[in-house]
Write a protein that binds this ligand. Structure first.
Ligand SMILES: O=P(O)(O)OC[C@H]1O[C@H](O[C@H]2O[C@H](CO)[C@@H](O)[C@H](O)[C@H]2O)[C@H](O)[C@@H](O)[C@@H]1O
Length: 336
């Protein structure tokens, strides 16, 4: 059975990682991802609107606070980091159908013409590139474990060889393939489960699984991972993510990209990271702790975050990017 979910009402837990082998933690987190959890805790849609408005006092809309944002960016080079799912494309039931609109593609292309721009995604670089199709961007796939520069994915396909900028977990590739096959096999009897190979990590999707079977998904995944102490589990939007136990995440990827772009340790740089997922919190935190730039959380439900601002959904992300480009263009022409 495929459960219809209103992804806008999806609630995720605060950005803490679920420890492996703690069954209650898993199920608790999985339940909190249920669409009803947010609504029930907020009562009617009226009080829901009220709590969202109250929440935006703490995390102001990046559209309403746009003037304040550009004051911070005046005379600075803005580096843009964009998550993919739930940020540039709406959340949909089938991960392979999470296409990006042509309009959004054009907006991101325009942004990349003015600002160094990177996509930072849990998906493999190849998959996210197949959706985004823009050669002028940096791509940090597999939660930042696979970083490629402008043109490298496309040219690697043409030339039959990959141009790697950085891969943090190459030694894990055989293990990840093995675990992908095992997880596919061990969960195949559960209706609605989808196991996705994201090269340096594996996603176990339970979005289309009946809630009564969520525990089974968690148990089977946990059981497979018991034999792999060098892998750990994190939790995204109705997805369990298996990844290597290495000190690397989207935050580290942002730091790495800033270094590569020679934008680290520069006072005249303002990095902005836009994302919707718990894994994006690592990047929000890096920017917040360094007091360098800031994160913008994409969420239509109140949640705690290391981000400074918020946007409701991908359409607001598009509006924000358009305004940012217009402002950059005006700034460039007034400097002529
Ligand atoms: O870092 P991201 O670019 O946000 O990737 C995180 C995961 O996104 C995808 O799953 C999520 O989006 C799907 C399509 O809308 C949705 O069906 C799923 O429930 C979400 O969890 C992707 O499929 C995963 O591999 C990524 O890790």
């Amino acid at each position: 059975m495929h459960m219809a979910h209103d992804s806008n009402c999806e609630h995720d837990d605060p950005p803490k990682l679920t420890p492996l082998h703690t069954d209650n933690g898993w199920l608790h987190d999985m339940s909190l991802s249920s669409p009803t959890a947010a609504l029930v805790s907020n009562g009617s849609s009226g009080s829901f609107d009220h709590s969202y408005r109250a929440w935006t006092k703490k995390y102001p809309s990046a559209l309403s606070a746009f003037d304040q944002i550009v004051v911070r960016g005046e005379g600075k080079k803005i580096a843009l980091f964009l998550d993919y799912d739930g940020t540039l494309s709406p959340i949909v039931d089938e991960p392979d159908n999470a296409v990006m609109s042509d309009q959004m593609r054009q907006v991101v292309r325009n942004a990349a013409m003015h600002l160094p721009t990177a996509i930072v995604s849990g998906r493999s670089c190849d998959k996210v590139f197949d959706f985004v199709k823009l050669t002028e961007l940096y791509y940090a796939g597999s939660h930042g474990m696979d970083i490629m520069g402008p043109g490298s994915i496309n040219s690697s396909k043409k030339q039959g060889k990959e141009v790697k900028i950085f891969q943090a977990a190459t030694e894990f590739l055989p293990m990840i393939d093995e675990v992908f096959r095992l997880l596919t096999d061990k969960t195949k009897a559960i209706n609605g489960v989808k196991v996705e190979n994201n090269r340096f990590c594996v996603s176990v999707h339970y979005r289309n699984v009946e809630q009564k079977d969520w525990q089974l998904v968690a148990e089977r995944t946990n059981h497979v991972l018991e034999a792999y102490p060098r892998l750990r589990l994190t939790h995204g939007r109705r997805v369990l993510e298996v990844r290597p136990v290495i000190d690397w995440n989207k935050g580290k990827a942002v730091e790495f990209l800033l270094e590569s772009l020679e934008l680290a340790n520069c006072k005249n740089v303002l990095p902005i990271y836009i994302g919707d997922d718990r894994t994006d919190e690592d990047a929000f935190k890096v920017l917040r702790d360094d007091k360098r730039g800031f994160g913008i959380l994409v969420s239509s439900v109140p949640k705690e975050s290391h981000a400074l601002y918020s946007l409701m959904d991908p359409s607001e992300v598009m509006d924000f990017l358009k305004r940012l480009v217009m402002w950059k263009e005006e700034e460039a022409s007034s400097n002529k």
